[in-house]
Ligand binder design. Sequence first.
Ligand code: OAD
Length: 272
Amino acid sequence: MGGWAKEIEEAASILSRSTQAVATCGAGVSAESGISTFRDEGGIWDRIDPMEVGTPSGLINTLERDAEKLLPLFIEILDTFEQAEPNPGHFALADLEDMEILKTVITQNTDNLHQEAGNTDLIEVHGNMFRMKCLACYQTKKYDRKKLIEEIREKLGQIREYNISTLASLAPRCNMCGFITRPDVVMFSEAVQDLPRAYKVSGECDTMLVLGTSGVVYPAAYFPMEARKKGAKIIVINPTENAFPSITDVYIPVKTGEALPAIVNLIRGEAA
Ligand code: OAD
């Protein structure tokens, strides 16, 4: 693990004594699954203005004005999410849960990869792309990631004119009332999901792993502060930046897909 063996050992030593660890995850955790982060060079917000697609009103305005403009991005999202698979970092988090070290994963990611890797106690503060929410009755329904993308792709192939109503028709109809649905994800200006529980587990954890996040978006960026305030050890893993230097016990500047499996191996008594 290059020059960071000491930090990896420190993290393994802290985690091996933990029984109530919590991981706070950002887009970096899915980067090695081929999903673009938001703020790295070439990331999503480098290529498209968040005000055009990141708020409900911005997205509706853009779709009404020029729906075709969003088509390449939409197709890229379908391709990326169809091909993505959990990476070794996701699997290592599931291993830490199996080892009764990690209690909960709090994630800002909406890609469903933590569940697919095997984590069972999950708080998705920005929602889940594959859970659809009815715009009329708010009923939600979870879909299989790949099946949903396949269905959307089929419908997309039949569209002759791209506009807000033809694009809205790509999503499945509500199974309760038959109205239009949208992905149950949190856009800017919308309330984050499951926030009280996220604060509660942050305040109760003995170690917090802060993984692949720029720490720019609140309230998610408060979780490490809350954990530290209540005495938890803070381990940050991020190859390019540590957004929480003043509260960090161990900083590992390595990709999560490399550092987390190395930590798990050390805890199991295997060489990193
Ligand atoms: P960002 O794109 O802001 O930050 C991604 C972080 O991941 C950066 O700090 C990178 O250095 C780091 N990173 C890149 N590759 C990595 C790797 N292989 N292993 C570990 N870390 C890596 O993403 P978030 O912090 O998740 O919100 O952004 C938070 C929110 O901003 C998102 O959930 C989204 C966005 O606007 C909404 O859409 C509401």
